[in-house]
Design a protein around this ligand. Structure first.
Ligand code: GAR
Length: 204
């Protein structure tokens, strides 16, 4: 018994989530891996003391920390995150640009979700409902989600997956946001699982 569970623990991937908002994507990821196993969210990092994602961390008994700009750019944060040995750092609605110290320390291990079809509607200031507003204002016929690796430029790392959805004539920002969230909640956990499987295969 003891040996079996110890072996499982060794095979368990650690995920560190960065989030600034209510955390519905964080919750979807937590729930998905509770069901399928193989990974667990070991730490949640937020830049907002009152972010909903921290209520999720408390409810799920997941360690969390909040960071200000100074801490965020300090090497000590890299060391702190490294203690959790993350296979992936997952940006799930995180609004700050990731500093060079973190990008360098976790090269090819950081992924982000963006609520539009990059390279459209990406970059500084393009987050959450601002993105949907811009898409609707342009009269686009479709939008979608992009999951991509993170480098030092906003929303410019290489793409891993995109999923599309049609825009309806009667769409509002809220309706589009809801449809995009549904896509995110489905594809983000599964894309993470796909990446973890790939890494496990490489290691075996
Ligand atoms: C998500 O729609 C995510 O794509 C977006 O923030 C939302 C967070 O929702 N991220 C960005 O806009 C990043 N540029 P959540 O807090 O409910 O997961």
């Amino acid at each position: 018994m003891f040996t079996a569970s110890a072996t499982f623990a060794c095979n368990m991937h650690s995920l560190v989530i960065f989030a600034s908002g209510k955390g519905s994507n964080a919750q979807a990821i937590i729930d998905y891996f509770k069901t399928i196993g193989g990974a667990t969210v070991t730490l949640i990092v937020s830049n907002k003391e009152d972010a909903g994602v921290l209520d999720i961390a408390r409810a799920e008994n997941i360690p969390f920390l909040t960071v200000d700009k100074q801490v965020f750019n300090d090497q000590s944060l890299v060391n702190k995150i490294a203690q959790y040995s993350p296979t992936l750092i997952v940006l799930a609605g995180f609004l700050w640009k990731i500093p060079k110290s973190i990008v360098t320390a976790f090269s090819n291990q950081i992924i982000n979700i963006h609520p539009a079809l990059l390279p459209l509607y990406g970059g500084k200031g393009m987050y959450g409902n601002h993105v949907h507003q811009a898409v609707l204002a342009d009269g686009k016929k479709e939008s979608g989600i992009s999951i991509h690796y993170v480098n030092e430029a906003y929303d410019e790392g290489s793409l891993i997956l995109q999923a599309h959805c049609a825009i309806k004539a009667e769409d509002t920002v809220d309706k589009l946001a809801e449809r995009i969230h549904r896509l995110e909640h489905y594809y983000f956990p599964r894309t993470i699982a796909f990446l973890l499987n790939q890494l496990s295969e490489k290691l075996n």
